[in-house]
Ligand binder design. Sequence first.
Ligand code: 4AD
Ligand code: MG
Length: 490
Amino acid sequence: MLKIAIFVDMKTPSIKALLAEGSQHIGSTITLTGWVRAFRSNRFIQINDGSCQGNFQAVIDYSRFPEEVLRGISTGAALSITGALVASIGSGQSIEMEVQSIEIIGAAPVDDVQKTVMQPKRHSLEFLREQAHFRFRTNTFGAVFRIRHAVSFAIHQYFNDNGFFYLNTPIITGSDAEGAGEMFRVTTLDASRPPLKENGEIDYGQDFFGKAVNLTVSGQLEAELAALALGKVYTFGPTFRAENSNTSRHLAEFWMIEPEVAFNTLHDNMDLAEDFLKHLCRYVLVHCQEDLRFLNDREAQEQAQKPQHERSELGLLDRLQFVIDNPFKRLTYTEAIEVLKNSTPYKKKKFQYDVAWGIDLQSEHERFLVEKEFKCPVILTDYPAEIKAFYMRSNDDGKTVAAMDVLFPGIGEIVGGSQREERLSVLEQKLAQFGIPEEELWWYLETRKIGSVPHAGFGLGLERMVMFVTGMSNIRDVIPFPRTPLNASF
Ligand code: 4AD
Ligand code: MG
């Protein structure tokens, strides 16, 4: 097997590599680059290069350095330091550097640092959001974005190992896959003076593409075309929803992963989703231990401030292990409605929204099922046709469709998917019922005419997954530059 060492270059190693393997290289002279996290007693520099949570300690003999260099070693400054690796006598680290030379690459004047998130004190996540240009330099966001990378990598790895092909679907599209009409229009027409048709409507025939187009809400319809030839495909791309929901779980721009598999039924689809989500939890537990421990402890400290009844029962690491170890509870929407109607909060009128067969479940209902009733991830299936998209396969009862939503603790819906309607005549009826013109989806319908097969897929919101594995409670804190209603800074 091809093994790539992480210690690529012993002369300028990353701090991650150094902390992992540096003790085998005592006596070597190395050069480190990074940012100062702390400088104590004119002697100990804690330096971080972003490769990992841990800092590296460099020790200087201050009598050997001019005053201006010592003054330049301020929190936030970028340094290049060269010296010998030695065993550390202090506690807290096994190795450190005996510094021979220091170059201040980027100064960090103390007055400027004090206006930013880099001054060494605890900041609220809300404040950090306004400082998105600097929040990467905090321990919390360093951990979150390293884990986000690991989750993305694990997604590609999982599908590659299981024979799926990565498919890039268009970002600019003419179709509204979800039929919810929550799309951002893409146009080069002059908004103040668009060309009009005789009936007064905007004439998109004169627009760049000769028709009205939008940013995609899902790559699914295109992925279905590919799955019906390549067998197993997945998309992983930016997704846009112009829904005006200012919640802690909605973004206007997010990343979605959509596998689509020919010949799969709803049951195969549930098995795939469960195995996939467990794989992602396992991957981060194995590969992101240090960052997870940091976030676990951070959360524990926050929990300790809360009243007993608001604390979560399991810590972050235990929640991940729990998902890996336990089968997801599977039940139908109809069964879930019964459970909700028999629940104490329903009887005591504690739910804000009413419960009745046919309603779209609200987050409070989903979270009750997951967190209070079953205390594990839940897969709900067979929803009423009216509240789901046109492409979901009709069940024999004539009322429900082969839909599935995976609900996670603390998150609610993390995955939405279904078996697709592969029968041409039924699909045509559904389009008519939903008022979708067949001309718009002629290419989609064609696939049901030649070699149509049962097939199924689902969508995972990357940010909701990253929320779960990091324990962050606001989706704005797991995407580098969040886009939400009235907010597109940076
Ligand atoms: O349930 P949704 O809308 O399903 C689809 O788009 C299907 N086409 C997927 C498929 O079957 N191929 O979205 C799928 C997931 C949700 O479960 C959620 O995790 C995430 O995408 N999601 C959002 N994440 C952040 N912000 C939003 N506004 C989101 N809307 C959906
Ligand atoms: Mg959904």
